[in-house]
Design a binder for this molecule. Structure first.
Ligand SMILES: NC(=O)c1ccc[n+]([C@@H]2O[C@H](COP(=O)([O-])OP(=O)(O)OC[C@H]3O[C@@H](n4cnc5c(N)ncnc54)[C@H](O)[C@@H]3O)[C@@H](O)[C@H]2O)c1
Length: 261
C-alpha cells in the first residue's frame, strides 16, 4: 500500500489512543492500531482509510514485535509512535498489592519501553520520526493513586532522557499530560456526580476534556510544526494544575483588597 509511512498507536481501541489514530490518519499516515482489546482495535481500523488492527498486550514483547514488523512490512517504516495504552488501579499505597503495583508499572511504563525498543530501530532506519508518550498530570502532582502516579512520573523522566539519545537518528520524543478526559479509564468515576462536579470546578476552562483535545496536542507534536520540539511535555488539562484551587475562599481572596479593615 502506498502511504506516507505508518503511525503505531497503542491503546488505539478506546479513548485517547483511538482519537490519536483518527487525527493522525488526516496527515496521510497508515495506522497500526495496537490494543489488548482486539475487537475494539478492529472497529477503529474499520473507520480509517489505511489501517491494520492488532490484538496485542503491550507487556508482551513477542506480540508487540510481531505486530510492529507486520505493520512496517505492510505500510512502510513507522514515522510516528504514540504510546497510550494504560490502566489505573485506584488504591492508596498500602491498599495496593505487589501484583497490582507491578501490573500498573508493567502496562504504563514497561509497555512504553517495549514499544520504544521495537519501533525505534525501524524508525531510525526509515530516516527518523516523532514519538509522543501519553503521560498525565498525575506525573506532575499527587493524584491519590501511587502506582499510577509513579508510572506516569516515569514516563515524563524517560521522555526527557530519550530526547538526546534519539536526536542523532532524527527522532523527536515528547509527552502529553492530559488532565481529566472522558474515556474508558474514568467512565466509572466521572459517572459519580460529586466527582464530576469537583472536576469541572477545579478546571479553569470549566469542562472535562475530550479525547480529541488530547489528540490535537499529540498531532501537533507529531507534525513538522513541532520540528524543533523534543524532550518536553505538553500539559493539556484545561488549566487544572496551573493554579491553586481556593474553593469558596477564592472569592474572599479576590475581593480582600476592597475591604476596609
Ligand atoms: N482519561 C484520562 O482522564 C486520562 C488522564 C491522563 C492520562 N491518561 C492516559 O491516557 C492513556 C489512554 O487512556 P484512556 O484515558 O484513553 O483510557 P481507555 O481505557 O479509554 O483506553 C485505554 C486503552 O488501552 C488498552 N489497554 C489497556 N491495557 C493494555 C495492554 N496491556 N496492552 C494493550 N492495550 C491495553 C485498553 O484496552 C483501552 O482500549 C493512558 O495512558 C492513560 O493513563 C488518561
Amino acid at each position: 500500500m502506498d502511504t506516507a509511512g505508518c503511525a503505531v498507536v497503542t491503546g488505539a481501541g478506546s479513548g485517547i489512543g483511538r482519537a490519536c489514530a483518527m487525527r493522525l490518519s488526516e496527515s496521510g499516515l497508515a495506522l497500526a492500531l495496537l490494543d489488548a482489546n482486539g475487537e475494539a482495535a478492529e472497529k477503529a481500523a474499520a473507520e480509517l482509510p489505511a489501517a491494520a488492527a492488532f490484538g496485542v498486550d503491550v507487556t508482551d514483547e513477542t506480540q508487540v514485535a510481531d505486530a510492529v514488523r507486520e505493520a512496517a512490512q505492510r505500510f512502510g517504516a513507522p514515522k510516528v509512535l504514540v504510546n497510550a495504552a494504560g490502566i489505573i488501579v485506584r488504591k492508596t499505597l498500602l491498599e495496593s498489592s505487589v501484583e497490582e503495583w507491578r501490573r500498573v508499572l508493567d502496562v504504563n511504563l514497561t509497555g512504553y519501553f517495549i514499544l520504544l525498543r521495537q519501533v525505534i530501530p525501524l524508525m531510525a532506519a526509515g530516516g527518523g520520526g516523532s514519538i509522543v508518550q501519553i503521560a498525565s498530570i498525575a506525573g506532575h502532582t499527587g493524584y491519590g493513586f501511587s502506582s499510577y502516579t509513579a508510572a506516569k512520573g516515569g514516563v515524563l523522566a524517560l521522555t526527557r532522557q530519550l530526547a538526546a539519545e534519539l536526536a542523532k537518528d532524527g527522532i523527536r520524543i515528547n509527552s502529553v499530560s492530559p488532565g481529566v478526559v472522558h474515556s474508558g479509564l474514568n467512565r466509572d468515576t466521572l459517572s459519580n456526580s460529586a466527582i464530576h462536579a469537583a472536576t469541572v470546578a477545579n478546571t479553569p476552562l470549566g469542562r472535562i476534556g475530550e479525547p480529541d483535545d488530547i489528540a490535537r496536542a499529540v498531532a501537533f507534536l507529531a507534525s513538522p510544526d513541532a520540528g524543533y520540539v523534543t524532550g518536553t511535555d505538553l500539559v493539556a488539562d484545561g488549566g487544572m494544575i496551573s493554579t491553586i484551587h481556593w474553593g469558596p475562599a477564592g472569592d474572599e481572596l479576590h475581593s480582600f483588597h476592597t475591604q476596609e479593615r
